[in-house]
Structures are given as C-alpha cells and as structure tokens.
Design a binder for this molecule. Sequence first.
Ligand SMILES: Nc1nc2c(c(=O)[nH]1)N[C@H]1C(S)=C(S)[C@@H](COP(=O)(O)O)O[C@H]1N2
Ligand SMILES: [Mo]
Length: 386
Amino acid sequence: MSDSAPLDPADASDAAPEDLELRPVDGLPRWLGRRLARAFLRLVSMEENDAPALARMVTPTAGYFRRDRHVHPEVDPGSYRLQLSGVASPRTLTFADLQALPRETRVCVQECAGNGNHIMGSAGLCGQAVWSGPTFESLLELCGGAGPATHFAFHGLDDLGVLKRGYHYGLSLDELVRSRAIIALTMNGEPLSRRHGFPSRLIVPQIYSMSHVKWLAHIEGKTRPHMGIHNRLVFTNKELQAGKWVRVQARWIGLKSTIARCRREGTGWLLTGCAWGGQHAVAAVEVSTDGGLSWQAARLQTPAEYFQEHPEIEPEGLAGAWSVFTYHWRPAGPGTFKIGCRALDVHGALQQLDNDPKVHGHFNQTRVKWRKVSVPERRLPPAQGA
Ligand SMILES: Nc1nc2c(c(=O)[nH]1)N[C@H]1C(S)=C(S)[C@@H](COP(=O)(O)O)O[C@H]1N2
Ligand SMILES: [Mo]
C-alpha cells in the first residue's frame, strides 16, 4: 500500500476529528486525567513532549521535553568557562574556544531513564534532535589526553541549593568513547536554548539522558567511577544477578517503540510512531490493534534513509537514532481498541510485552506501551449542495 493513499473524496466533509487521542493504559494520565498529570509532572520539573511530535524523525525544539531540578541558570557566554581537570594537562576553555573547535553532528534520541514507567505511563520524556559540537575525545586531545583519568564527572551550573553543588553525573571513559559523546553547542541548528543547557551540554547517544548534563561547567577526570547521588542512588534499578539483587545504574537505552499519532487517512487511520534503543539498529516494527492477539508489519523509515540527502551527517552520527514507522489501519467499525507496537532489532531481539522480571525499578522500561483509542462512528457526508 502506498504511504499516502489518495484521500477519499467523502473525507473532505467528514466531521470526524483528524487525530484520535491515544490514552495510556496505566500511570498518572490514567488515574488523574491528562491535564492533572501534566500539572503534577511540572511540579516535579518534568515537561513531556506532546505525543504527535514523536511521530517525526526530528522533534521540534518548541515543546521539546524537559527534565531538570527547576533551576535554569542564565549564563553569560562572555564570562562562561568550561573547566577540564584530572586529565594530562588541565585546561579552562572559553565559549569562543569551544566554538572554534571542529564540530560533529549527532542525531540522538534523548530519553529520561524513567520514561514510560508505570507512574508516568505516557512516555513523553523523550525526543530526537540534531545536536552538534566538538567531540568529547577532541576535548581530551586538547588536554594532552585523558592522563590518569578512567572516568569522568560532568558538573552543571544549576545550583541545587541544599546539595550546594550543580547537578552532576559520571560515566566511564570507555562509555563516552563508545557512544561518541559530544559537547553540544547547537540543537536543531540553533544555539542551545536556556532550558536545554546554553551554552553547552553533554550529549551521549544511546545512553539515557540523565547523563546529558546541561549548563556544563566542569569536566572532572577521575581514577575511579563517580559516585555522586545521581549515579549511586537516584537513577538506579535492582537487578537479579547470580541469585542476588544488586543495584545497577541506568545506562544504555533498551529496545523500545511507541505509537505517537493516529490520524484520519482515507477511509481509515494512519498510525505513526518511532522505534529506538538497544545496542543494535531497529530492523522492523509490528503493530497490534487487538491488544496483542495479532501483530502486523509496519512500514519503517530508518534514519539512514531519511538523512541520505544530508552528507554533513556522517553515518556514525546516526548510531542509535530512532526510526519512524507508519501503519495503515482499517478498523472494521467504531469502538475502543487497545493498540501497541513492538520493535525488532537487526540481531533478532524483540521488544517484550513485560519488563524483564530480573529487573526492579523505574528505569529502562522496555515493555510494550499500550494505548486505548476510541474510533468514532463514521458520519455520512452531508448531501451535496445542502
Ligand atoms: N545540569 C543539569 N543537567 C541535566 C539535568 C539537570 O537537572 N541539571 N537533568 C538531566 C535529566 S534527568 C534529563 S532526562 C535530561 C533532560 O534534558 P532536557 O531537559 O534538555 O530535555 O537532562 C539531564 N541533564
Ligand atoms: Mo531524566
């Protein structure tokens, strides 16, 4: 079936809404309703993306999800300094120094580690933007290499009051190199906005975004893992390993997908969404419109296909970027349906219906995200000339 089936002429006067609401089956939106859930999330400094924005390859900056601790420092680029310590030759860089360095681009899923957990349900704490800036490795080169450092802590300028320090998160040198981390200076072709970390932030493709430290002030080389509160406690799960439950830190994004939009198309509906995560590229997405009794193949558009006319984006810059999928849905009639999708990666791993039973906690929720959708009665078009 073609991707844009010609519109049924009857649709022009069809009064059915263009988009159908996709209602999460669990979490705050289910218990409180959508608006109260949003207000609650705002109270704890979370703003979700509207679902339809996730049905696209690039999530617009306006409305892009936000997650922090209520504090958004206003940084003067003239007096801004980025300190690099614990490396072979420590340095302090100005904003102009950073801007003068060669840049690379990353098309990168950003996802809060707790996105889509049983409390939030809605799975809007994610997005995919185009980021550019010097690579983390190029900064190390400026400093004569990592020196003794095997791990790095990234410190933000957002003073958190009680904790007396800015937000901070640590990763290993190996993780930063494998993920091709960059110090982003732009988002979707514009300088970073204040809420997303101006003047610079860390971007770590394929690793959950608690590590994407905004308003970056200090990169601290260390000889052992950084065990600040966010590493040690806040973003951790318990995992069953060799018969014992051990605490593990949120890291690599798991295999996921979500249906983000359901809009009228011809005599039926077009479901659109995105699929990402895991350590391997997404190979296929399947959609179920009967609560998992049956699954049908969706049509996938990979980031490589979408960005082929953008030679400035190297293939390595697309690692971990999400694919977008579409599915033409022709429900037999009106009613309420439970719809969901699951991703399959190029090595045959399939997204599961439930979270891994050997993992307890709010993070890395890979289970299929069901949505309820009410398909209206089709109204007959008014008689011609009426
Ligand atoms: N300085 C700083 N960086 C931060 C945070 C923060 O509170 N302070 N929150 C982190 C978390 S938990 C997430 S999910 C992402 C969200 O990035 P965004 O607000 O640009 O969407 O930023 C990360 N970087
Ligand atoms: Mo987060």
